[in-house]
Design a binder for this molecule. Structure first.
Ligand code: UT7
Length: 327
């Protein structure tokens, strides 16, 4: 038994923030952002809109695309939970009319959706759950330092979700295998330093800037490409597949240059690589489902997912695309 994709739904907040708009308050410009990242615009939530709000909408759309019905578990992959405690998933489950189901968050930063997909697949394969809603959702704009041009221009807000049900590995929609990894030596490369137990908000009065997201972009860039390439090769080897068998590469949308380099090194032709970072920026845990929705997938397509992010973490997965109507 494995997990089979049954529904997909995505949601982004309506407000579009262009590169020119950011250039009014930051020492940056449209040309730098486009050429260094491939980003033309991103969506940012209005103050008061939380990760749970975006997750609930994407989850509702995914359930609708799956024909409605119940789930046994809700998993939210996010690095911007509504609160440090409790997890965001139980509230999302309740708001979706799924009270009392198992609900928890997965914290693997930009690799979160792949980790959550693996967790859901494990729950289903073990017979612990029969149907799982997996959501990647972020309000990155809430944690960005308005004075940090290097991170602020990159990240966007959004959410995407898949409904998984128990099924047969030979069915269209079947998920797996997976390759997951981490390297905690790089924990400081992507972080929000304050607000956790190491630098608690109340006790040590950390400076305001330490509550913001920060990233050593250049160093992360150095790790991202080889990790995603190696992980992709590992998952293909587990499946006994060749790169030529992949119809569509759907990678974490961190930077168009990274995506192009990963595709090139793997030998996946450009037209089979999905890039939608131009419209959404890097939405961290939400990029994979947002990209799945934009990939123009047709039933039977063999899809390679690969992601890399804070932790450091990385992960890849294979799936065949089912015949479904995304909401
Ligand atoms: O999603 C999780 C994983 N994240 C990633 O994989 C992100 C990986 N990193 C990246 O995508 C890239 O490193 C960035 C897009 C973050 C930065 O691009 P880069 O080509 O690595 O630029 P850089 O950090 O090496 O900076 C080059 C220059 C610097 O100026 P000097 O020192 O050469 O004078 C920066 O100060 O660009 C400057 N710079 C900017 N200039 C205009 C940095 N940010 C900006 C900006 N506008 N927004």
């Amino acid at each position: 038994m494995t997990a089979v994709v049954e529904g997909l739904g995505v949601h982004v907040p309506p407000r579009i923030v262009t590169n020119d708009e950011l250039s009014r308050t930051l020492d940056t410009n449209d040309e730098w952002i486009r050429t260094r990242t491939g980003i033309a615009q991103r969506h940012w939530a209005d103050p008061g809109t939380s990760t749970a709000d975006l997750a609930t909408e994407a989850g509702a759309r995914a359930l609708k695309s799956a024909g409605g019905g119940e789930c046994d578990a809700v998993i939210v992959a996010t690095m911007t939970p509504d609160r440090i405690c409790p997890a965001t998933a139980p509230e999302v489950a309740a708001r979706l009319g799924l009270p009392h189901v198992a609900a928890f968050d997965v914290g693997a930063v930009c690799t979160g959706f792949v980790y959550a997909l693996a967790t859901a697949t494990g729950l289903i394969a073990a017979g612990i759950a029969g149907r799982v809603l997996v959501i990647g959702a972020e309000v990155m704009s809430a944690v960005l330092d308005p004075d940090d041009r290097s991170s602020t221009v990159i990240f966007g807000d959004g959410a995407g979700a898949l409904v998984l049900r128990a099924g047969d590995p030979d069915e269209l929609g079947a998920v797996g295998p997976f390759d997951l990894g981490s390297d905690g030596e790089g924990a400081d490369l992507i972080e929000i330093p304050a607000g956790g137990s190491r630098l608690p908000t109340g006790r040590d009065q950390p400076a305001r800037a330490q509550h913001y997201f920060r990233m050593d972009g250049r160093e992360v860039y150095r790790h991202a490409i080889p990790r995603m390439v190696e992980s992709s090769r590992a998952v293909l080897a587990k499946a006994g597949m060749q790169v030529a068998d992949v119809d569509r590469l759907v990678g974490h949308q961190a930077n168009a240059r990274i995506l192009n380099a990963v595709g090139e090194r793997l030998g996946v032709p450009t037209e089979r690589c999905t890039v939608n970072i131009d419209r959404y920026g890097n939405t961290s845990g939400a990029t994979i489902p947002l990209a799945l929705a934009d990939a123009g997938l047709v039933a039977g397509d063999r899809v390679l997912l690969t992601a890399f992010g804070g932790g450091l973490t990385w992960g890849s997965a294979l799936l065949t695309w089912p015949d479904l109507a995304s909401a």
